[in-house]
Design a protein around this ligand. Structure first.
Ligand code: NAD
Ligand code: AHE
Ligand code: ZN
Length: 368
């Protein structure tokens, strides 16, 4: 079939809206009509050439929601008509990682996914007879896409696509980092670095679990009102204090119980670790750093009890947890609507990247 898609033909170039060819689902795969997709900073990071797994031409996008239109042989867990959220972290429930009960990082299809291919080692997308690569196993910047069955979460049908798509990455990552990865406890002091589409969800997660002080750190003063809107109690612009770590240690009576990096900046990651309380503070890396960047700190920071952790997709097991997070949204336990600052047509998708780089959006959502 033919489908409209925003194609990244080259790094650092705007996406081009073209008609591409899409092969139907093979065994164990499903064809999904994408109804809406968010634009996450990770899409921009890959488009800008910072991703060591970045591969072109490809169809980016990994924060979508849509409807199953066709299933391949042997598919049993979803059927045509089901509403689904694509999962860049699938959940096969059979691999060593899934069976361990210790991680959400399913390994069943990670190798081919990282190469922009379906599990059989081929692409379903092509343009003018040449293959186009998939992205993060999702490629939601296409009106139709093909996904492995284990990479879709079936969700309730009354959830609006233009909001629930955000649960495909940003909401689950931020809230999940608090609930699943850090396991923030009531009364804890929390510091969140980077108040964008992910950081604001860390803030709302921290508020939800009853954190006490929730300190937001951002170089953009315009983010202060956004943070407060979701439960932030204090704001710091690091460019306006002489030593951000000492400032935060002072604000949190010796250091935070939990800190979160939502910037992808390795200097900030170090600050986040060092702003943790001696003896028990836990710092969670969420931000994705540019290819080649490394993190550093004095080992003494760890010897004296601070813990450095990371999280992908908020530690969520996609097929199990995503439907629950959709329920949280539908039942009013978490908010999504105010964070969606811009709704765009596919033809306007490059504006969404510009708004993100200018710090003018929280989330732009493309509706098909
Ligand atoms: P965003 O652009 O919406 O927000 C980033 C925020 O960080 C902005 O408000 C910006 O002003 C702020 N910032 C930038 N540099 C800063 C600095 N030096 N100090 C303080 N604040 C600073 O991006 P987003 O969509 O929220 O994504 C944030 C990061 O999380 C990105 O690196 C993205 O790739 C990553 N991410 C990771 C996962 C995961 O599973 N681990 C999932 C989604 C996104
Ligand atoms: N491909 C990059 C790493 C990118 C990365 O860390 N991706 C996160 C999700 S970001 C979503 O917005 C992730 O899930 N990582 C785990 C995984 O298996 O990819 C690189 O450095 O090569
Ligand atoms: Zn993302």
């Amino acid at each position: 079939m033919k489908t409209r898609a925003a194609v990244a033909f080259e790094a650092k170039k705007p996406l081009e809206i073209v008609e591409v060819d899409l092969e139907g689902p093979k065994a164990g795969e499903v064809l999904v009509e994408i109804k809406a997709t968010g634009i996450c900073h990770t899409d921009a990071y890959t488009l800008d050439g910072f991703d060591s797994e970045g591969i072109f031409p490809s169809i980016l996008g990994h924060e979508g929601a849509g409807i199953v239109r066709e299933v391949g042989a042997g598919v049993t867990s979803v059927k045509a008509g089901d509403h689904v959220i694509p999962l860049y972290t699938p959940e096969c429930r059979q691999c060593k990682s899934c069976l361990s009960g210790k991680t959400n990082l399913c390994t069943a299809i990670r190798a081919t996914q990282g190469k922009g291919l379906m599990p059989d080692g081929t692409s379903r997308f092509s343009h003018k007879g040449k293959p186009i690569f998939h992205y993060m196993g999702c490629s939601t910047f296409s009106n139709f896409t093909v996904l492995p069955e284990i990479a879709v979460a079936k969700i309730r049908e009354d959830a609006p696509f233009d909001k629930s798509c955000y649960i495909g990455c940003g909401v689950t990552t931020g809230v999940g980092a608090v609930v699943n990865t850090a396991k923030v406890t009531p009364g804890a002091n929390v510091v969140v670095f980077g108040l964008g589409g992910i950081g604001l969800n860390v803030i709302q997660g921290a508020k939800m679990v009853g954190a006490d002080k929730i300190v937001g750190v951002d170089i953009n003063d315009a983010k202060e009102d956004w943070g407060r809107r979701f439960g932030m109690t204090h704001f710091v612009n690091p460019t306006k204090v002489s030593d951000i770590v000492q400032h935060l240690v002072g604000l949190t009576d010796g250091g935070a119980d939990y800190t979160f990096d939502c910037t992808g900046n390795t200097t900030v990651m170090r600050q986040a670790l060092e702003a943790c309380h001696r003896g028990w503070g836990v710092s969670v890396v969420i931000g994705v750093a540019e290819s080649g960047k490394e993190i550093a700190t004095r080992p003494f920071q760890l010897v004296t009890g601070r813990v450095w952790k990371g999280t992908a997709f908020g530690g969520a097991r996609g097929r199990t947890d995503v439907p629950k997070i959709v329920d949280w949204y539908m039942n009013g336990k978490i908010e999504i609507d105010p964070m969606i600052t811009h709704v765009l047509k596919l033809e306007e998708i490059n504006q969404g990247f510009d708004l993100m780089h200018q710090g003018k959006s929280i989330r732009s959502v493309v509706v098909f």
